[in-house]
Design a protein around this ligand. Structure first.
Ligand SMILES: [Zn+2]
Length: 109
């Protein structure tokens, strides 16, 4: 399930760059922005709609996906308890933070 979260991170990176490029090139659409738009679309097509829907909801308030580092969620900065981390490592679902609900890319151990 790590691959889904990695795809979401890739999508989020592209969207963040696209947002900034649109701000920098307000009123015009240079080839670089059009290329990014196509990349975002292509990336979205590789991700299951169920996860995309949740991701898009989360993105309205900032980041939809973040990393877990040292047992702490990079989004809400709260500790994720060890039991939850162990459960998520074994789960067949993409990991999400029990506190803020963001998709979590768990650190390698
Ligand atoms: Zn969190």
């Amino acid at each position: 399930m790590r691959d889904i979260v990695e795809s979401l991170i890739r999508l989020q990176e592209l969207e963040l760059v696209l947002t900034e490029s649109r701000i920098l090139h307000a009123g015009e659409v240079p080839a670089s922005v059009a290329g990014l738009e196509r990349e975002v679309e292509a990336c979205r097509h590789t991700i299951d709609k169920t996860y995309l829907k949740r991701y898009d909801m989360l993105r309205r308030n900032g980041l939809g996906v973040t990393r877990e580092i040292g047992g702490v969620c990079g989004g809400c900065r709260l500790n994720v308890n060890q039991g939850d981390l162990n459960r998520m490592r074994r789960a067949e679902m993409p990991c999400t933070c029990p506190n803020c609900g963001r998709f979590l890319l768990l650190s390698e151990r």
